[in-house]
Design a protein around this ligand. Structure first.
Ligand SMILES: [Zn+2]
Length: 70
């Protein structure tokens, strides 16, 4: 029986663990891509919270707005 694993990063067939030091990825590069992806998501969460607070700031203090009204 043969179980074909696919790389979680690029979906290509992956060599068996015995001959693949980067298992379950097909290459070192794909392993780094996947690691970076979930690390990036962890870092993005606090950043998104800050962005939402910035969106709530009132748009007051724009000199151009008064020009449009006049
Ligand atoms: Zn890959």
């Amino acid at each position: 029986m043969t179980t074909v694993r696919v790389c979680p990063s690029c979906r290509k067939p992956v060599a068996p663990r015995a001959e693949n030091p980067f298992f379950p990825f097909c290459s070192k590069r794909c392993r780094m891509v996947d690691l970076g992806r979930w690390l990036g998501e962890e870092y993005r969460m606090p950043e998104r919270g800050m962005a939402e607070r910035e969106d709530e700031l009132p748009a007051a203090g724009h000199p151009e707005r008064e020009d449009l009204d006049a």
